[in-house]
Design a protein around this ligand. Structure first.
Ligand code: HEC
Length: 163
């Protein structure tokens, strides 16, 4: 287990996120600080133990590409759900669309019974997708509660902390 510098609190990330466009780079650096693992191919026994699952092998550039798209979309989401945004100005449809894009991209990486060559993805992607679903559920409430959506980065980090 590696620790991410500054990952103990969300504030450093929030601070970066407010300073777009350098925010994308900042977030990428912060999150990739702990991402220096290689995807090891699973041994045959563990693949055979889950015959009903779809096996999805990803190259490192492939998963990194998905992650960069996730990082870009997360910044959009954080901007849309910032606590400073007055309730009347909140665009719930945009928030839900952004969450939908995050879920769609995350599913391209793993989760939902997919078995990948990244054990952290196998262990944590379903929990991440549940958090995205919960964030959408709260955003649909009357009045919308955007707090879980705004804090979704914590769910990114709970997988990243396990890298
Ligand atoms: C289920 C696990 C998991 C979740 C959830 C997850 N990531 Fe990742 N992320 C990874 C793994 C694994 C890598 C490292 C791939 C490698 O470099 O070997 C990574 C790498 C990254 C990188 C570095 C990409 C690069 O170019 O090196 C960024 C940025 C990133 N993630 C952002 C995010 C953001 C933002 C979220 C949430 C919206 C998120 N991740 C959610 C597993 C996850």
């Amino acid at each position: 287990m590696r620790t991410v510098p500054g990952a103990g609190s969300v504030d450093p990330i929030r601070a970066r996120v407010r300073r777009r466009p350098s925010a994308v780079l900042g977030l990428a650096l912060l999150l990739s600080a702990c991402a220096a693992i290689r995807g090891a191919p699973p041994d045959e026994a563990s693949v055979a133990a889950r015959p009903a699952t779809v096996y999805h092998a990803m190259s490192r550039p492939e998963i990194q590409g998905h992650m960069r798209v996730l990082a870009e979309e997360l910044l959009t989401l954080v901007g849309l759900t910032a606590p400073e945004v007055p309730a009347a100005a909140v665009n719930r449809d945009e928030v839900l669309a952004s969450l939908g894009r995050i879920a769609g991209r995350a599913r391209q990486v793993g989760g939902g019974g997919t078995f990948t060559n990244y054990s952290v993805v196998n262990d944590y992607m379903d929990a991440f997708l549940e958090d995205v679903a919960l964030s959408s559920e709260f955003a649909r409430r009357e009045p919308p509660n955007l707090v879980p959506a705004n804090r979704l980065v914590q769910s990114c980090l709970s997988c990243h902390r396990s890298l």
